[in-house]
Ligand binder design. Structure first.
Ligand code: ATP
Ligand code: MG
Length: 249
């Protein structure tokens, strides 16, 4: 997948916010004029259609693409109404479907000319196929929350990538509480970064507005703290020098 901007979002523990982050970063990148495709690999646990309010518009999904049920992959790629540059390819409803790294690489090759960024949402739990897929991406965003168990799982995950020689990892700390933001955030953050051993690309505050928006398929409201974080992280992804924002409303 060289020469493509493929970003894989992954975590050791489940429920860290990978899908919400895929959606938030996809939304921000597309608002910044980048043509973006989200590929959802969470087999059997599809959620992008709900997050983006396009549940009734999914005629074909990734499973249909893999099984050759739709003639053209474009038939399975659904534009998201809330942003002109944003598209999704939803996970199959069949939880037992197997996908290989080569198949995903092939899909990315087929569509790469239409997109500036392809974001891959890996599901809960990670098997060796997913490892291979994630490893082929240009950037791996390892997501953790401040919870020590989650941090340890992120460490195990990133160690595995390091062992395989992957140097393109960046750390995202999600669900950072208001309390933590007010008190001693620098120490806490430093400890998390040290424990995971991956360079930080951003922190995302715990944000009720994000939960409300993704739950009803609405855009994250302008000014929401998580959206501010997604905006700066997506600029950093594009190589811009954006300071880490530590102040949230
Ligand atoms: N920054 C945040 N602030 C508050 N809630 C959040 C934040 N990020 C995610 N959540 C909430 O955490 C829950 C899990 O999020 P999400 O489904 O995105 O995680 P996931 O890592 O994709 O889970 P899974 O491992 O099951 O795929 C959801 O209820 C979501 O709304
Ligand atoms: Mg998910």
């Amino acid at each position: 997948m060289a020469e493509m901007n493929v970003i894989a979002i992954t975590s050791g523990k489940g429920g860290t916010g990978k899908s919400s982050i895929c959606a938030g970063l996809g939304y921000s990148l597309s608002k910044q004029g980048k043509r973006t495709l989200i590929i959802e690999l969470d087999f059997g646990l599809r959620c992008m259609d709900i997050i983006f309010g396009v549940k009734d518009q999914i005629k074909y999904d990734l499973g249909d693409v893999l099984e050759g049920k739709c003639k053209d992959i474009q038939e399975a790629i659904v534009p998201v109404k809330m942003s002109t540059n944003l598209n999704i390819l939803c996970a199959p409803e069949n939880p037992f479907m197997v996908v290989t790294a080569d198949q995903i690489a092939d899909i990315c090759q087929q569509v790469k000319k239409y997109y500036d960024y392809i974001i891959i949402d890996t599901g809960a739990g990670i098997n060796s196929h997913v490892f291979d897929i994630v490893e082929q991406s240009n950037m791996i965003l390892v997501v953790t929350t401040p919870d020590p168990i989650c941090v340890r799982d992120a460490r195990m995950m990133s160690d595995e990538f390091y062992k395989r020689g992957n140097q393109h990892q960046r750390l995202l700390i999600n669900k950072v509480s208001r309390r933590m933001l007010k008190t001693g955030i620098i120490n806490d953050l430093d400890e998390i970064i040290d424990n995971v051993g991956v360079q930080l690309i951003g922190i995302i505050p715990e944000d009720l507005e994000l939960i409300a928006a993704t739950g009803k398929g609405a855009p994250i409201p302008y000014g929401a703290t998580s959206l501010l974080a997604f905006d700066s992280i997506s600029r950093r992804i594009q190589g811009q020098d954006v300071p880490l924002t530590l102040k949230f409303k």
